[in-house]
Design a protein around this ligand. Structure first.
Ligand SMILES: C[S@@+](CC[C@H](N)C(=O)[O-])C[C@H]1O[C@@H](n2cnc3c(N)ncnc32)[C@H](O)[C@@H]1O
Ligand SMILES: [Zn+2]
Length: 284
């Protein structure tokens, strides 16, 4: 993490201020050390990544089961056009916002980060958050090679309880981040709203499908096997995505980045092969 973001952070447990201890830095990036709160919690910084006691997902995205080679695997051809159009649409909207301090929510293997790095001015301060410290170490190493001058701070934390103070960020973005939080996406949305400045922008992508479809049935089954109920509403074009945004944000716009029928051979749970889907970009 970069020292310049310390004042933006807080303890995720009590929201108290954090002080840095035993810092070993390279320039103004803290490589090792710890962030301490007066409540007694202490969050280690290990090889540039701050660990806010986050635990990796188990139902999907258990990144530490994969080695570096598997993490680096290219998106399958079937999913590439959909992904590229969506990433471009997110980055363009974030660029228009003129954000100087930006949060990438649930950054995973960094596809959104890559698009943002290609599009945004070099001096943009980026906070990249994910539950998995493992994937953040992978990202940090990759982006040190890909974009060495970029200021990206990696925080392993839960997007439903961010270690970030209220009203301090210009923008937040996510590529399919909320979609990977079944059952708690609305909580993470509220957190994004909390950390944004008044007038700050949230740009998110959501893959949506039709309610009466095989894709919806398959999704419901998948969730109920994992004891998650009702989460499919976040994936339906007539579901709760827009109402939930509208409850929290004073203005919400949605646009379709790409739509069509799901490709055969997709790796994702949705879209379902041969059935209608759309990638929505919701700007709030
Ligand atoms: C498949 S990735 C989404 C794609 C990614 N944004 C990109 O640009 O490559 C989904 C990520 O969500 C993360 N995630 C799921 N629940 C989360 C939560 N509550 N807080 C933070 N990250 C979460 C997972 O660890 C995973 O890395
Ligand atoms: Zn605390």
């Amino acid at each position: 993490m970069y020292l310049s973001i310390l004042d933006l952070l807080c303890c995720p447990s009590c929201r108290g201020a954090l002080v840095i201890r035993d810092a070993a830095c390279a320039g103004d990036e803290v490589i090792n050390g710890k962030l301490q709160c007066s409540c007694g919690n202490c969050y280690p910084v290990v090889e540039g990544v701050v660990d806010f006691h986050a635990t990796e997902q188990t139902i999907a995205n258990a990144w530490s089961d994969l080695d570096e080679q598997a993490l680096a695997l290219e998106t399958p051809e079937a999913d590439r056009a959909r992904q590229d159009a969506t990433l471009r649409a997110i980055a363009d909207r974030v660029a228009v916002s003129g954000a100087q301090v930006l949060l990438d929510i649930a950054c995973g293997v960094g596809r959104n980060l890559e698009a943002l790095c290609r599009t945004l001015p070099q001096q943009t301060e980026i906070l990249a958050v994910d539950l998995s410290a493992y994937v953040l170490h992978y990202d940090r190493k990759r982006f040190k090679e890909l974009a060495p001058a970029r200021r990206i701070s990696y925080l392993a934390c839960d997007a439903t309880c961010l270690p970030i103070r209220e009203g301090v960020l210009d923008a937040a973005a996510t590529y399919e981040g909320f979609s990977n939080m079944p059952g708690v996406a609305h909580v993470a949305l509220r957190e994004a709203h909390r950390v944004l400045k008044t007038g700050g922008v949230l740009v998110s992508s959501f893959c949506v499908i039709a309610r009466n479809s095989r894709g919806c049935e398959r999704m419901k089954q998948y969730f109920s096997q994992h004891d998650i109920h009702g989460a499919e509403e976040f994936y339906l074009s007539d579901g709760c995505i827009l109402p939930v945004h509208e409850e929290m944000f004073s203005r919400t716009e949605s646009a379709v980045a790409v739509e069509g029928n799901g490709a055969q051979g997709t790796q994702d749970l949705i879209p379902y092969p041969g059935e209608w889907f759309a990638e929505w970009i919701v700007t709030a």
